[in-house]
Design a binder for this molecule. Structure first.
Ligand SMILES: [Ca+2]
Length: 165
């Protein structure tokens, strides 16, 4: 078998007409992962999704329909990441969505940076949380906060806010 790759589904493959059974075909890439024209079909199966995925185009046009929106911090500064500190975050949720979890990740500078991730489970209706950062012994060079929201079908939408200094 060749290299395993994930292929992005095209908008046209994401039916929104109520058909929830999807046929998946598995391919061997013939050791040319950049060239799908010589791929060989190895098998296929059907799977039933509880709801159709949203198309990338729909999500680009309607992000406020499904993604949580951060209300705090309004600007995520590296100076807020202090060893032993606490990072308060808050958000608004679109109707019908619930939050699942949040995480903050930060890292040091350099080619082999130290990386820390702190995850926090959230109550589904929560609109705020405080993340305990724990102790660390380096100066953060970059960071990001993730917030996971999902709908009743389990479709998950991740919002993020990056440090800007
Ligand atoms: Ca190929």
């Amino acid at each position: 078998m060749g290299t395993t790759l994930d292929y992005a589904a095209m908008d046209s493959a994401l039916a929104r007409d109520g058909k929830l059974t999807y046929a998946f075909t598995l391919y061997d890439d013939n050791n040319t992962p950049s060239d799908p024209s010589d791929d060989r079909a190895m098998g296929s199966y059907d799977d039933v999704l509880t709801a159709a995925p949203y198309s990338p185009n729909y999500l680009q046009v309607n992000p406020a329909a499904v993604f949580a929106t951060f209300t705090a911090p309004s600007s995520f500064l590296l100076s807020t990441l202090i060893s032993g500190g606490r990072l308060p975050i808050a958000w608004t949720l679109p109707a019908g969505m619930r939050v699942d979890g949040a995480s903050v990740q930060w890292w040091s500078a350099g080619t082999s940076p130290t990386h820390i991730e702190v995850d926090k489970d959230l109550d589904p209706a929560a609109t705020g949380a405080t993340i305990e950062l724990g102790t660390f012994a380096f100066t953060p060079a970059g960071a990001i906060i993730f917030l996971e929201a999902e709908d009743r079908y389990g479709r998950e939408f991740v919002s993020s806010i990056w440090t800007n200094s």
